[in-house]
Design a protein around this ligand. Sequence first.
Ligand code: ATP
Length: 411
Amino acid sequence: MTTPTDAQRMEKIVSLCKRRGFIFQSSEIYGGLNGLWDYGPLGVELKRNLKNYWWRVMVHERDDVVGMDGSILMNRAVWKASGHEDTFSDPMVDCRVCKARLRADQMIEKKGVRQCPNCGSKDLTESRPFNLMFKTYVGATEDESSITYLRPETAQSIFVQFKNVLEVSRKKLPFGIAQIGKAFRNEINPRNFTFRSREFEQMELEYFCRAEEGMRLLEYWKEQRLKFYENIGIPRDTLHVKTVSDEERAFYSTGTYDIEYDFPFGRQELEGVAYRTDYDLSQHQKASGKSLEYFDEETKQRFIPHVVEPSAGVDRTVLALICEAYSEDEAPDEKGKMETRLVLRFHPRIAPIKCAVFPLLKNKEQLVAKATMRVARLDDVIGARMKSARRSARRSILKRSVRKTRACATR
Ligand code: ATP
């Protein structure tokens, strides 16, 4: 299903983002580079608030999730085993008339005939796979043996470190490993501002479980993630859950949901919640020859855990937050004449600036000093409130684990 698009609104948002220092084109003074963006002073604060809140909810407030921070470059064998080297591609089509290079799903179809969306020509090449990974060389020689790729997702470093993290964290199933980090995809046609970029950040959780728990946890994580978006100011009625069909789903997944948002350019994916079965760990165990099994001390069984993955895009969520916050209202100017002003109404949790104290006159030292003092005091108040909130969160986690231990002891 499609939603009405609002190109004019999107144009205004893009221009506001630049004017107010949220998002700039990367390398702008050299003409930019397609699909790459820089975050300015306000954008970086918004992005940090989002990532910190995700980390708080997904890691700090749970006793069944730990974090990690993996490297962007990894041994090429990782990408061979995961299947990315052979299959991480989009179908690409060239227009022989205007020379546009496009994703096959962007073609327009009229009376069953495919046409170029740029010039309308029907003179198109057959579609062929285009691998989205950026290739690079590690070390001083540029040959076959030094090839690797910039990671196209953060998940694989979690899978290959599964055993190390399991050993040090001593977690029992079900438990998760979370990561926030950069990912790179050489998208055929970056578009819709930051929505489809070539460099972006992901917030991913790999939640390991027993096979029989997979489908239930898929539902559980879908609901948790919907709540997350509501808690940062994206209303439930702008979010849509799409059940990814058998044909569209990765062959190893037995259930995938896309959480979509009504952007001004249409309804598009914000996050994927996928039940990836035991595919990734099995592939890495086979290719590396190292055991990635879990040992269940109660049943004395060894097996490869299954995994449910909520995978969200930082940049897409920032864009959704900006689109949601954007509003226009009427206010009087200095002369009392009503004028339209653009206002960004962010949820206080993620607003780049939460509160400000301004001196009425900039050149009055006493007033400036007073304002600075108030800001410092405000920081203390916020700090103290956060400390006490953290303390009570720790207390409830402690209570929960005491309850769990008691339950085990009485079993
Ligand atoms: P799409 O179908 O839009 O290409 P995808 O299904 O390939 O996305 P996933 O591989 O599931 O995306 O990645 C998880 C999340 O990472 C996405 O839901 C999105 O938020 C983010 N993401 C993926 N590709 C991009 C991109 N090119 N630019 C910005 N964010 C992205």
